[in-house]
Design a protein around this ligand. Structure first.
Ligand SMILES: C[S@@+](CC[C@H](N)C(=O)[O-])C[C@H]1O[C@@H](n2cnc3c(N)ncnc32)[C@H](O)[C@@H]1O
Ligand SMILES: C[S@@+](CC[C@H](N)C(=O)[O-])C[C@H]1O[C@@H](n2cnc3c(N)ncnc32)[C@H](O)[C@@H]1O
Ligand code: SF4
Length: 414
């Protein structure tokens, strides 16, 4: 935990009368909240290109087509970070996540440059976790080794499935053999890595899902993210829905996942996250515990706390728009303070995803509000049997976890 120290205003002002420096000064003015300490601060770096757009994916990713402007984008990221520095002055970076899109399309030299820019500009925590997402089919063993040598210490591989027919139905560029190979290379080079898999895939049977999950477990990855495939609006799958397993089958898949992961010693610490002891994802945990994050790159989101307010930002999503705006310093498309009414809900939306819940004092620490601000909703959730609460913790009950959306909705009416 970082306690609030007076921000060196002269240093901020010394940045010149640029937008971000002025914003930093404005954010420091008295406001309606009183935070006693600032939360851990993570950095997210977005890479917005993929070889091909997957038909189920609603993340900010764009087909590369004729390649992507690597140097221009790396220049933009550096400029973006330099301009954001006044907002995070004096704070150490607790974790870094390089996500996408497909950041493993970056050349080894490009990634090395990015990491050395980050190290030059930011004070990093001694135990920092630096994750990078990688897609099977976009890397070779050599590139992996150089990512590690550049400072990446956690790899998150988008396996999705080991079954070639399902991978094809998902529009992926890799097959089952490449999925196996990717995990083997990761295993040989990284002590810490995560596998992303999805289940309830088009035409998938319970047995096929079991084989996929068991295959993943057999590699003994320190961390697994197992996502139920969702048909997101604005995707090809929403327009032309594939035949996916019915609700009963996907509930059976969920139960099977619970059994296999428990037997193998994984803790299901968040809805979709499973970790071996001591291997929870620092970066994601910080999001769920309503920590701070600065997001740089196209479409990246930030949530930043100041002594009297909490602010969200979003950068322009389309890579071209982002690149055009960055030089003028107008790359932030949306910026807003989170109002007192929304804060309680936003905290609970994240924290209720955690199986073990949270200590009651974390609410006040992260939102600057008293817990009785959401007292009525806590009572209602408890009466409905969806929430457990004692002096040491607040957590969802098994019923609350099963109907998480309904539980979260209770806190919407603040
Ligand atoms: C934004 S992707 C980036 C990782 C990488 N590009 C990849 O796809 O391999 C992060 C993860 O989100 C999950 N994901 C994406 N779309 C999803 C959807 N519609 N339903 C469930 N999970 C999804 C996938 O498991 C994916 O690995
Ligand atoms: C769905 S999660 C998958 C994480 C992975 N399962 C793990 O444990 O490392 C990661 C994705 O969320 C999105 N994401 C995360 N943080 C973000 C931020 N601050 N701004 C924009 N997108 C973000 C990115 O698309 C990223 O690829
Ligand atoms: S590779 Fe990953 S980020 Fe890219 S379109 Fe597919 S799921 Fe989305």
């Amino acid at each position: 935990m970082i306690s609030i120290k007076p921000v060196p205003v002269t240093a901020v002002a010394g940045q010149g009368a640029s937008g971000p420096a002025q914003a930093a000064l404005a954010f420091l003015k008295p406001g309606s909240l009183q935070l006693t300490a600032l939360p851990p601060l993570s950095l997210y770096v977005h890479f917005p290109w993929c070889v091909r757009k997957c038909p189920y994916c609603d993340f900010n990713s764009h087909e590369v087509k004729d390649g992507f402007p690597e140097q221009e984008y790396l220049d933009a990221l550096r400029l973006d970070l330099e301009q954001a520095l006044p907002l995070i002055w004096g704070r150490k970076i607790y974790s870094i996540f390089i996500g996408g899109g497909t950041p493993s399309l970056l050349s080894a030299a490009g990634l090395d440059r990015l990491l050395s820019d980050l190290r030059t500009l930011l004070p990093l925590d001694a135990d920092i976790e630096i994750t990078m997402e990688a897609n099977p089919g976009t890397f070779e063993a050599d590139k992996f080794r150089s990512y590690r040598d550049s400072g990446i210490n956690r790899l998150s591989i988008g396996i999705q499935s080991f079954n070639s027919a399902h991978l094809q139905a998902l529009g992926r560029i890799h097959d089952g053999g490449q999925a196996h190979q990717a995990v083997e290379i990761a295993h040989a080079n990284f002590d810490n890595f995560n596998l992303d898999l999805m289940y309830a895939l088009p035409q998938q049977t319970l047995e096929q899902a079991r084989t996929d999950i068991q295959t993943a477990i057999d590699f003994a990855p320190p961390h697994l993210s197992l996502y139920h495939l969702t048909l997101e609006p604005n995707t090809l799958f929403a327009k032309f829905p594939p035949a996916v397993p019915d609700e009963d089958t996907s509930a059976d898949m969920q139960d099977m996942i619970g059994e296999l992961t428990t037997q193998a010693g994984y803790g299901n610490y968040e809805v979709s996250a499973y970790a071996q002891p001591g291997r929870r994802a620092r970066h994601n945990l910080n999001y769920w515990q309503f920590g701070d994050y600065l997001g740089i790159g196209a479409g990246a989101h930030s949530k930043l706390s100041f002594p009297h307010r909490i602010v969200r930002q979003m950068r322009y999503k389309h890579p071209q728009a982002y690149l055009q705006h960055i030089k003028a310093g107008t790359h932030i498309q949306e910026e807003a303070e989170i109002g007192r009414d929304a804060l309680g809900f936003e905290f609970m939306l994240n924290a209720l995803r955690l199986t073990e819940g949270f200590p009651p004092n974390l609410f006040a620490e992260r939102t600057g509000l008293a817990l009785n601000q959401i007292g009525k909703q806590l009572d209602l959730a408890e009466r409905k049997g969806m929430l457990y609460r004692d002096h040491a913790l607040i957590r969802p009950t098994p019923l609350g976890r099963r109907f998480l959306n309904d539980l979260q909705e209770i806190f919407l009416s603040g």
